[in-house]
Design a protein. Structure first.
Length: 504
């Protein structure tokens, strides 16, 4: 009798009631199913400014999704062709080519359902999602030739139709390389105040800010806004390498922006000549390797291709680089690497005084693209497709040795060469391919006719004084064929300058 009384204590009755209520709720939940609609928890490019190197975004869902319904209803405006892959609740969208610059994109997803919802059940469709991102402004930098711009770095923003002079009047810029985010530019310059030392041998190496900010994806919009507000204003100069003990000659910047490679020669010991590695927060280090000529850092930022002896050596970017990782004895010059690093354009100097342009892959394939009696001045890979744009020359008929430069496009699949534009009779033409592949910049230099030009005039790579120069833009189609190539017309820009380069 005492056991029965203890069973019906108040706390026992409460527990039994709670068990009954919870069981009833669980039964109702199982009978009705989960009525909470799935949603997108994260969009990796939300509020981002992306560049050509950004090739994929991801959407993370709150639960496993019906992949067919998601893929059928995912929309990007303007359209960006790509392919979809899945990893659990995460969708990855990989672009087939870089997104065009200077545009805002919307990513929308509606009417998708989760993995366990029948097609007829409209109660648990995905909560409508919309995200936005934009590409970087379409902008380039050039060296001015007239008035207050002479010898200075000038930034022109196509998207905002704005021009900014970046470097001060006292610095005469010799050469420059943009950083991968476009926020800074690495450049060499001599001081105009030392009129007897305005040359390559007196150059020091600096960085200058462009004022362009590239906010990263962040769910906290206030934090992205704060980062934009804190971005440096254009024209802030920092000295990277002086010329007290060494003359600074050619230099290159790694694609990741973390390594500067400089060709230097000692002021006191001219035989001490070689490459130096400069990294943030560390002292410059000389590479222990054989002397070489032209060099270019590879896209992985880990090695450098250097013309050495009778070939091209691939060296690790470290102080001890005595042993090359690879050596290509048949080539004398590397012109460019594809953005993914899988192939490069190289020049072979033949015994019959001709030159050959080769496509060399990381799988060991070496394919001759063309052979010419003229010169192969430069080549750049199109980031969108398998096309190599080249600056070539052909010998003109006559008693005098004269070369006619022209732009040509080579289809890397078929090997077909399509001439595009015949250029003025000059060798010092600089090409720059837009990071999204939609335009090619080049210059048209006019050298000074005076036998004793002013020492303040900028110089070509051959040392000739530049009186003036024009900039041209050649719009490039998404696909290239012979009929379309004949219709391509370069547009002269109202910007007197030379050596143009697109910002990444």
């Amino acid at each position: 009798m005492s056991v029965t009384k203890s069973w019906f204590q108040p706390i026992d009755r409460v527990a039994i009631a709670l068990i009954f209520i919870l069981s009833l709720l669980i039964g109702l939940l199982l009978w009705r199913g989960d009525a909470i609609a799935p949603k997108v928890r994260d969009f990796s490019w939300q509020a981002s400014h992306i560049g050509a190197a950004d090739r994929s975004f991801s959407l993370t869902f709150s639960r496993p999704m019906n992949t067919d319904s998601v893929e059928a209803n995912l929309q990007i405006d303007p359209p960006l062709p790509g392919k979809i892959s899945w990893a659990g609740r995460r969708l990855a969208y990989t672009l087939l080519e870089p997104a065009p610059y200077g545009a805002t994109y919307r990513v929308q997803l509606r009417f998708a359902r989760d993995k366990f919802t029948p097609e007829t059940d409209l109660r648990r469709l995905l909560q409508p999602f919309e995200g936005t991102f934009r590409t970087r402004d379409r902008a380039f930098v050039y060296l001015g030739v007239e008035g207050e711009e002479q010898g200075r770095l000038v930034l022109y923003n196509f998207t905002q139709q704005q021009k900014t002079i970046l470097t001060p009047k006292n610095l005469a810029v010799v050469d420059y390389k943009p950083y991968p985010n476009g926020d800074k530019i690495l450049f060499s310059a001599s001081d105009r105040r030392h009129r007897d030392r305005q040359d390559l041998l007196s150059a020091q190496i600096y960085t200058v800010t462009t004022g362009i900010s590239t906010p990263q994806s962040d769910s906290d919009n206030w934090l992205a806004f704060f980062n934009r507000q804190q971005s440096p204003s254009p024209g802030e100069i920092d000295l990277i390498l002086d010329n007290k003990d060494y003359q600074n000659l050619k230099f290159d910047l790694s694609p990741d922006g973390n390594t500067i490679l400089v060709q230097r020669v000692s002021q006191r010991q001219p035989d001490r000549f070689g490459l130096w590695i400069v990294r943030p927060n560390s002292s410059p280090q000389q590479m222990e390797t054989e002397p070489g000529g032209d060099f270019i850092i590879t896209p992985d930022s880990q090695t450098v291709a250097v013309a050495q002896g009778q070939g091209v050596a691939i060296l690790p970017l470290q102080a001890d680089a005595k042993k090359p990782l690879d050596f290509l004895p048949q080539f004398g010059l590397v012109l460019d690497f594809a953005p993914d690093g899988t192939q490069g354009a190289m020049v072979r100097f033949n015994s019959d005084y001709t030159r050959s342009l080769f496509l060399v892959t990381n799988q060991g394939v070496q394919r001759e693209l063309l052979r010419t009696t003229g010169s192969i001045l430069s080549a750049q890979f199109d980031p969108r497709a398998g096309i190599l744009y080249c600056l070539l020359t052909q010998l003109m008929k006559g008693n005098t040795y004269e070369e006619q430069p022209y732009l040509s496009a080579i289809d890397l699949k078929t090997g077909k060469q399509t001439p595009l534009v015949v250029l003025p009779n000059q060798r010092d033409v600089q090409l720059s391919m837009a990071p999204d592949g939609l335009g090619l910049l080049f210059d048209q230099v006019v050298t000074a006719a005076n036998a004793n030009p002013s020492p303040t005039l900028p110089r070509t790579e051959q040392g000739q004084a530049i009186a003036t120069s024009r900039l041209w833009l050649l719009p490039l189609p998404e696909t290239l064929d012979a009929n379309l190539a004949n219709q391509l017309q370069p547009e002269q820009l109202p910007l007197p300058g030379f050596r143009p380069r697109w910002l990444p």
